[in-house]
Design a protein around this ligand. Structure first.
Ligand code: ADE
Length: 284
């Protein structure tokens, strides 16, 4: 991956970050930019092969100044999350930043979402964010300060066709506010990014599986007339983690090309779910 950044090359020198879901898509862009800026990065997800490939690619990229390492971790499991923070502290000695990026959902009319599917999406997107935030706080940030950024989604007008993730993202938005108040005394800042539709390898693959036209019709609904890029989320994460955002906490920043002010890519999903009446994809 070719990495560029508008930030000063030593911005995060000798800092340490955990990026969940850091092997692919938006998470990989975040991990690469942090590393480019001198940060040591622990990437975490469920797929060891992908983690290994991503960490190797980062460590072989001579343009990246930080080191990459990986831990297999299901963020839905509290014990996995405990070993994620333990391994990070053992490997890099501290945890300055946490990026709660790991998440996932599937398209389905609400009435067809099974209890298993509902719980899986809530646990991944909301509970996983809570487990990781709580654990880095207990193990490091409560005594040493730090910054957390949650990668969430534009859900201001609901997300028809994805009731589970819309509810989970609303939970993350509120959790961001509550944790920012509870932990402000300990110099821990927590912010979120509400991402619009991003053209990442993972999101395109999933949406195309559901209906190849979903992304095409989305573009008409975005004032910027294009999908966002993973790097456009990553640069905002770097800003929010950096000292430039020292006075920002409890905030959710929309990064969506104006999409939340105007149309909705959800029209396409809504049409798809109404037409088929069936889930387009199912949870693993
Ligand atoms: N990315 C998507 N789902 C995840 C999970 N359960 N754990 C870690 N990363 C993930």
């Amino acid at each position: 991956m070719r990495v560029k950044s508008i930030f000063s090359s030593n911005l995060f020198r000798d800092r340490v970050a955990i990026v969940t879901g850091g092997a692919t898509g938006i998470g990989a862009a975040i991990a690469n930019e942090l590393c480019y800026l001198g940060c040591n990065v622990m990437i975490a997800s469920r797929n060891t092969e992908r983690l290994k490939a991503a960490a190797n690619a980062m460590n072989n990229n001579t343009e990246l100044r930080g080191e990459a390492s990986y831990v297999k971790c299901n963020i839905r499991s509290e014990s996995d999350v405990k070993s994620l923070t333990k391994t990070t502290l053992k490997r890099f000695g501290k945890i300055d930043y946490l990026v709660n990026n790991g998440g996932g959902q599937f398209i389905s009319p609400a009435e067809h979402i099974s209890v298993k599917g509902w719980n899986a999406v809530i646990e991944t997107n909301m509970t996983g964010t809570f487990y990781c935030s709580k654990q880095v706080y207990l193990d490091w940030m409560s005594k040493n300060g730090g910054a957390i950024v949650n990668i969430s989604a534009d859900n201001w007008r609901g997300i028809p066709g994805m009731a589970h993730t819309s509810a989970a993202r609303a939970g993350v938005d509120n959790l961001t506010k509550t944790l920012s108040l509870e932990w402000v005394e300990n110099n821990v800042r927590i912010n979120s990014i509400a991402s619009g539709v991003i053209d990442s390898s993972t999101s395109t693959a999933r949406a195309n599986y559901a209906d190849p036209k979903i992304f095409d019709s989305t573009i008409k609904q975005i004032p910027a007339s294009r999908l966002g890029l993973p790097e456009e989320i990553s640069s905002c994460v770097c800003f929010l983690l950096s000292p430039a955002a020292e006075y920002i906490t409890g905030e959710t920043l929309k990064v969506d090309g104006g999409g939340s002010l105007y149309g909705s890519f959800l029209d396409a999903i809504l049409k798809h779910t109404r037409r088929s009446g069936q889930p387009a994809t199912s949870p693993k």
